[in-house]
Design a protein around this ligand. Structure first.
Ligand code: AMO
Length: 430
């Protein structure tokens, strides 16, 4: 019976493993192979004089990255990975790899990101790359558990839609029978409609599509959004939930992903401290102005340069609160005593924005007014506006970028490192 490579110990006795040939070294009388599966690497040692004819023939024929089944006694040995080696009684080639390969899995030859993404199936055999996606999987599980343990209902909303949600970015049009449709930018309108349905607490983890023209290290054209919406809650309550979720996710990864973090050379993942600072927008703008020396005014968006400058000053996760109503979407609820400021917030990592959210407008007439004030036509929002006429509770929510969460947690330099098959301006295959 096959056992995972990390579970093979010097006192295992006999073991059978199946994995990929990571490296082959022929030292004359001895041949060393490193065999790898997703859990680790083990040395397989073949003493030429003692090995059987069939083992020798298979070892001679095998190429790097072939899949092999090996069984035999396990012995302790100091210098090998994990302090053990397997001396095979049997060695079977299950699937022979061709050569040369499009990518060197052992990274003796460094490859640029494009080459790696073109051969992602080989790139992801690298322990470091595999570790990122194993951690991303743990992040996703942690987020599901977080929401379910707090009584949230998981929903799925359509990705093929008739109208835009967010201003600012363009939509991807698609042919939908005889009509034009679009790929959805955000589940925003649908999660709000489920508040009208009385679901009270909903969440969705799903794709969002943004036709961002520019190619940056933190934008994708298809991203994964962790979205939530809560009835009878204000912006402050959902900010607390967001802070809890981020901390819980870090803790889960720190507790459960020790091997993967080691592969990424992160011996101790620092878990953010509770009590993320809350920085009102006017103060954020002041910091940006002072530290960049640029002419930044109240009402300006916080661009990449400002974001970086404020992040360096803050040094930890923080919220930017109290945004000018003018630069936030129509669904953000203005303060009753000063409608020029709204109950919207952004959650920031020192490197970049992770999430946006707000308490929402829940009164129909006010929402129509705000949609028109943004120069949008309320006609195309009829399906969304209707629920606001028949008992819409007050509500608040946010959307958190899954890739940015993983990217900032692991210190990855490019968001594409956190996506298996990224979609950007130039990349549609594989
Ligand atoms: P927003 O547009 O700020 O808000 O998006 C929320 C979060 O989603 C991630 N994100 C992206 N990640 C990678 N590439 C992109 N092109 C991209 N676009 C967005 C970011 C961002 O902070 N409806 C609101 C949320 C809400 O109010 O509930 C919204 O979509 O991490």
């Amino acid at each position: 019976m096959r056992i995972p490579i990390h579970a093979v110990h010097p006192d295992t006795g006999e073991a059978e493993i199946i994995g990929w040939v990571h490296e082959v070294r022929d030292l004359g009388g001895l041949t060393f192979l490193l065999i790898r599966d997703r859990t680790g690497i083990i040395q397989v040692t073949i003493p030429k004089k003692k090995a059987s004819e069939s083992v020798l023939a298979a070892v001679k024929a095998v190429s790097r990255e072939s899949v092999v089944r090996v069984s035999g006694p396990v012995k302790p040995i100091d210098k090998a990975p994990g302090g053990r080696e397997l001396v095979p009684d049997s060695f079977e080639i299950i699937s022979l790899s061709g050569s040369p390969m499009p990518l060197d899995v052992v990274e003796k030859v460094p490859a640029d990101l494009d080459t790696r993404l073109d051969a992602r199936f080989l790139d992801a055999r690298r322990p470091r790359v595999s570790a990122v996606f194993q951690i991303r999987s743990t992040v996703t599980r942690s987020v599901y558990e977080f929401f379910f343990s707090r009584g949230f209902i998981n929903i799925t909303t359509p990705k093929v839609v008739a109208a835009a949600t967010e201003g600012g970015t363009e939509l991807f049009p698609i042919a939908y029978f005889e009509r034009e449709a679009f790929l959805n930018q955000s589940p925003q309108l649908y999660k709000q409609m489920m508040m009208a349905a009385g679901f009270e607490k909903v969440f969705e983890i799903g794709p969002i599509f943004r036709a961002e023209e520019h190619n940056t290290t933190k934008h994708l054209n298809e991203a994964t959004s962790i979205d939530m919406e809560v009835s009878f809650a204000d912006h402050l309550e959902v900010m607390n939930i967001l802070e809890d979720l981020v901390i819980t996710t870090y803790k889960t990864v720190a507790d459960q992903c020790g091997d993967q973090l080691s592969a990424l050379e992160i011996p101790d993942l620092p878990v953010p401290e509770p009590g993320f600072p809350r920085l009102p927008y006017p103060e954020a703008i002041e910091i940006a102005k002072r530290t960049t020396g640029e002419d930044i005014k109240y009402g300006d968006d916080i661009g990449t340069v400002s974001e970086k400058a404020i992040g360096e000053e803050m040094g930890v996760h923080y919220f930017i609160t109290d945004w000018p109503t003018e630069i936030k979407p129509y669904y953000a609820q203005p303060y009753e005593d000063d409608p020029s400021v709204c109950k919207a917030f952004d959650l920031m990592h020192p490197r970049m924005e992770l999430s946006s959210g707000a308490q929402r407008v829940h009164r129909h007439d006010q929402l129509v007014h705000q949609i028109r004030a943004k120069g949008l036509s309320s006609d195309s929002f009829e399906f969304y506006l209707n629920p606001f006429r028949y008992g819409m509770p007050p509500h608040a929510g946010w959307g958190l970028g899954a890739e940015r969460l993983v990217m900032t947690m692991l210190g990855l330099s490019n968001i594409r490192e956190a996506v298996l098959f990224p979609r950007d301006r130039h990349r549609l295959v594989p």
